[in-house]
Design a binder for this molecule. Sequence first.
Ligand code: UD1
Length: 436
Amino acid sequence: MDTIYINGGRPLRGTLAVQGSKNAALPLLAAAAAVPGKTVLLHCPPIRDVAVTRALLHGLGVPSRQSGDRLELDASDVGTAPDAALAGQLRSSVLLLGALLSRHGHAEIPLPGGCVLGARPLDLHLSGLEALGVRVLCEDGVLHCQGRPTGGTVHLPYPSVGATENLMLAALGASGPVCICGAAKEPEIRDLAVFLNACGANITGAGSDCVRMTPAPLHGASHRVLPDRIEAATWLCAAAATGGCLTLTELRPAHLRPVLELLSRAGCEITQTETTLTLRAGALTAPGTVVTGPYPAFPTDAQAPMMAALLLAEGITQFEETVFENRFRHVCALRALGASIDCTGRIASVRGVKALHGAAMSATDLRGAAAMVCAALSAQGESRITQAWHLDRGYGDLIRRLRTLGANVWIEPKQSSRRTTWNRTESGPTNGEPPP
Ligand code: UD1
């Protein structure tokens, strides 16, 4: 998607099934490269990051076949050096480091890409591998890693999700037991361990701050990807922003606790079972302070959509971003819609306004783009979001699913005959042509 248009002001209503988790699927795909044989992932999300990872694996000699949400991979043979251009598109490509090291005892991984959320160093990944006896050298944008991991204990000074996953993957090929202390506790870490255990690994403690692994032979297995708690949070924020009523199915509400607490404090009515959830929103009031942090704290990935949900909430909501230093890139776009947001360093204060109006925006990152969509849905009039390909990275079939909930949203036709002219105040297009 290059550009999407939204004519806002309609409450979202209806029922949606949540897709498989992006942040679980990407490490699972990397893990597939560590497992000799065939792997089947069910409920695999139809998103661009998965497609890029499949292309990366294909280049390493790991073919894959997708039919619906079923993805089959065959890692009977796998190379050691992923393609730099593809690796550069994804932060999670760095997880191939652990996977290929465990398989071959050496790997050459190009430096990864991903959203521009700050410096995003790899020191925790690399010092953790060094603690397991791996020699690491970074030369000309490529990480050269040598040596099969030994057993031992790694202490992570910060519970990095990616570093925990990378070390778990490397430890699959370790010569002795490995203990990762200070590990990340996100549900996606547990999902990775569930898959690897199904493949024969011996992992305990995943989901706690101490993950223990003992070496074991691996074989292919089948696994159902965890529901996407961030996608679910985004849909709930969109429903809350528009005063809508939304039922989500195929999710785990327990993984969304801080998001649900906040929406409830803002005045949304929420009912849930173990795998479904219904949110009814009316006029919202500011719920106080939102502080992002590692799981089980409020997820940084839901910060931008939640900000969009609370632009009209009466009072002041303060957001403190503690995970990534550059994660308020959506603020300028939200201001263009008429939002009142003061931003200093890692703190943003949102003062609820009476109404938002359509505007032209340019997406900057995946979750920031999701926030722009939520806010545009709640604004009166037409909005345009360029660089909308960011959304394809994490939200499958977004336009169709928005439409099933009653949103008036469309994509710019490739060879456009529309002659929408945007005025310079960025308040909306002037021709008002209806969507196709
Ligand atoms: C993963 C998620 C991302 C989410 C993030 C935090 C995937 C594909 N991405 O990213 O959507 O926002 O968790 O929940 O699962 N850090 C270091 N050194 C390191 C590694 C990390 O300083 O070696 C810092 C980062 O710069 C950041 C913080 O630690 O400030 C969190 O990063 P991390 O938990 O590693 O996130 P990712 O795995 O990159």
